[in-house]
Design a protein around this ligand. Structure first.
Ligand SMILES: CC(C)(COP(=O)(O)OP(=O)(O)OC[C@H]1O[C@@H](n2cnc3c(N)ncnc32)[C@H](O)[C@@H]1OP(=O)(O)O)[C@@H](O)C(=O)NCCC(=O)NCCS
Length: 164
């Protein structure tokens, strides 16, 4: 039987639940941000994203045997004109290498294709091997460098693009 997600779409067989974030999810999302990044997004920034109609925050959850769900990961992206721009992807440290980021990226790219986007773009720290591998595995290719893009450590960003 085909499983449906909360928005009525068929859910693939990775077994995770993927749905849009709401304001009620803010505490759990802030905890995930803090566990994942040295400079996590603030509550205010997340709240602002929820108000932007071009912005989507997807959450990946696992159903728990005793009921309820556990937040495993997230992705934040914009759809502007024909471009999907990925702003943030994170998986809870204790659930890494289970395909959580791949699942949410697949969903985000499918949504971009459904909106007739022609490409996806993102920036990633030059030193972030796990993320670089993830994006390469999904077909993204490096197209340029933004020097000192991450002002905290003066680290360069690699700009990556995936053509649909
Ligand atoms: C990058 C990140 C999102 C990956 O999440 P994840 O759920 O563990 O990734 P997945 O299990 O879906 O892995 C998919 C692929 O990505 C690559 N990958 C993921 N983690 C990796 C690691 N630690 N080392 C090397 N490659 C890795 C692999 O190609 C992997 O495929 P494989 O497991 O079949 O080899 C996670 O490490 C994270 O949250 N990091 C901190 C936040 C961050 O840096 N986000 C990215 C900002 S641009």
């Amino acid at each position: 039987m085909r499983r449906l997600n909360d928005e009525g779409a068929a859910r693939p067989d990775h077994g995770f639940l993927i749905r849009r974030m709401t304001r009620d999810d803010l505490p759990a999302v802030m905890a995930l941000e803090k566990a994942s990044f040295r400079n996590p997004w603030s509550t205010e920034l997340l709240q602002r994203e929820l108000d932007h109609e071009w912005s989507t925050i997807l959450l990946v959850e696992d159903p728990l045997p005793e009921g309820g769900v556990e937040l495993l990961g997230l992705a934040i992206f914009w759809i502007v004109h024909d471009e999907v721009h990925v702003l943030n992807v994170a998986t809870s440290p204790k659930h890494r290498r289970r395909g959580v980021a791949r699942a949410v990226m697949d969903e985000l790219l499918a949504r971009g294709r459904a909106h007739r986007c022609s490409l996806a773009t993102l920036e990633v720290r030059r030193s972030n091997e796990p993320a670089l591998n993830l994006y390469r595995a999904l077909g993204f290719r490096p197209v340029g460098i933004r020097p000192n893009y991450y002002v905290d450590e003066g680290e360069d960003a690699i700009v990556m693009v995936l053509d649909f």
